[in-house]
Design a protein around this ligand. Structure first.
Ligand code: MSP
Length: 469
């Protein structure tokens, strides 16, 4: 049994969870269940990123005290994660006193690599980020995401000297000591790394009051990345506790937009602290709706609850783990969702109903599944191609449907009842074997299948697993 640590990105609490946020959690949960099935001891972290002026302003707009506001949204994220059937072991909030204290200790430990400098240039309030002159002219002075003109900024900031670590970061990525999946994102990042500047890690208190104070400088607060990235180790107790039982993380899951912070700034911090790098960074794609980026201005934002409310959790997990690629962008449309639901109902729902009815008629006793070797499945899972791994299981389910159609056990029962029983029993056994892995993706359904075909008297469920409307 190995200790395995899996992490997810911590979302900003400037708004409620949206469909895109589901991806981090579903992928982490699939990996967690797979690792647990192999007998490992798995820790899964989740959390919320709660500082910064954007959140501060949102709270002010809502008329709530900022602490109450972040408490509420953080709670909404926790409920959201549970609603996806995802179980985390640790939840970290960047406003937790433990996190803030540990974060300051981390800053102090990094002090040899931190310097103060004056920043003069462009800034996007929406992104809460600095903009290079090149980006400024490419975007004609206006942020393409926030449609707001960049503002001129001149202020003192602390910087993390990324240049101290660049060569070692490159080596670690090239040698797969810290493996980035998918490979095309690894290449993309290695190109970026060349020109990666030192990063600003603080803001003057008068610009951003809602943040962790910089130790030893009452005029500055931490800005985004040191505060946010350290969550992965502060939740384990660093630096007060020895974290070597679970660190380095086995897999850190992030969306493609924040890979560069995790592949660049984060390893620099870890190297500065003398800690090992995570073994894997998995960058997933984004969810689009009708082929477009979800955005309030386009008006195509779909609340996850709307999809969950339609057919429940299992079809949601089915769609986003089988029909969404683990690493590429994935599109959601209601048509595709309905088609996926019909597949679930036809391929799996019908199979269970037919098989249980036949088993009942032929007086078959319940059985249990057995986890047989399936190297091609492991290969897909280990290379973070979860959707392809799922595909292998689905093919097995479709093959069972074919077998029933071809071997016609109901006809056989009239002429050779013993043979009919053998055929049915074998089909049920195969389904139960597959079902053990199906539990990684569709846990509730797998549980029901196990109950139905494990019972002393097999009986078809009163309502099919996936009723047609
Ligand atoms: N707070 C930072 C992360 C800090 S991690 C130390 C952040 N927050 S976020 O709310 O903007 O994003 C949280 C996660 O959701 C990220 O992994 C991001 O890539 C992911 N997604 C945001 N929109 C998404 C989609 N449309 N589709 C899939 N994932 C998306 O970044």
């Amino acid at each position: 049994m190995k200790n395995i640590y899996i992490t997810t990105a911590i979302p900003y609490v400037n708004g409620n969870p949206h469909l895109g946020h589901a991806m981090d959690y579903l992928l982490a949960d699939v990996l967690r269940r797979y690792m647990m099935m192999q007998g490992n001891n798995v820790r899964l972290q989740a959390g919320t990123d709660e500082h910064g002026s954007k959140i501060f302003k949102k709270a002010a707009d809502s008329g709530m005290p900022v602490k109450e506001f972040v408490d509420q949204i953080s709670k909404n994220f926790q409920d959201f994660i549970h609603s996806l059937g995802v179980e985390y072991t640790d939840f970290v909030r960047t406003t937790d006193a433990d996190h803030e204290r540990r974060c300051q200790a981390i800053w102090e430990k990094l002090s040899d690599h931190i310097y103060k400098d004056k920043y003069e240039g462009w800034y996007c309030e929406g992104c809460e980020g600095f903009v290079t002159d090149k980006e400024y002219s490419e975007n004609d002075g206006t942020c393409p995401d926030h449609k707001k003109p960049y503002t001129k900024l001149s202020e003192e900031n602390y910087y993390l000297r990324i240049s101290d670590f660049k060569d070692r970061i490159r080596e670690a990525i090239e040698s797969d000591e810290m493996k980035i999946t998918p490979v095309f994102r690894k290449k993309e990042f290695l190109n970026l790394l060349k020109d990666m500047p030192d990063v600003s890690i603080s803001r003057p208190k008068e610009s951003v009051a809602w943040g962790v104070p910089v130790p030893g400088d009452e005029n500055q607060v931490m800005y985004v990345w040191i505060d946010a990235l350290s969550n992965y180790i502060t939740i384990l107790g660093y630096p007060e506790k020895d974290i070597s039982d679970f660190w380095p993380a086995n897999t850190q899951i992030v969306g493609k937009d924040i890979l560069r912070f995790h592949a660049g700034i984060w390893p620099a911090m870890l190297m500065g602290l003398g800690l090992p790098l995570p073994k894997n960074l998995l960058a997933h794609g984004h969810i689009t709706v009708d082929g477009e980026k979800m955005s309030k201005s386009i008006g195509n934002v779909i609340a996850p609850e709307e999809i969950l409310g339609k057919h429940g959790l299992i079809p949601f997990r089915y769609y986003f783990t089988r029909h969404a690629s683990t690493t590429e962008d994935a599109d959601f449309t209601w048509e595709k969702y309905e088609a996926a639901y019909n597949e679930l109902a036809n391929d799996l729902g019908n199979l269970v109903q037919r098989l249980a009815t036949l088993a009942n008629k032929n007086g078959l006793a319940g059985q249990q599944g057995e986890l047989k070797d399936l190297p091609e499945f492991d290969e897909r899972m280990n290379s973070y191609e979860f959707n392809f791994a799922f595909e292998i299981l689905w093919k097995q389910i479709q093959d069972l449907n074919k077998r029933i159609d071809e071997e016609k056990p109901w006809a056989l029962a009239k002429t050779e009842p013993e043979k009919a029983k053998d055929v049915l029993s074998d089909i049920i056994k195969t389904l139960l074997d597959t079902n053990l892995r199906l539990a990684i993706f569709l846990p509730e359904t797998a549980e029901k299948i196990k109950e139905i075909f494990g019972a002393t008297v097999i009986e078809p469920p009163a309502t099919p697993l996936f009723p047609k409307n």
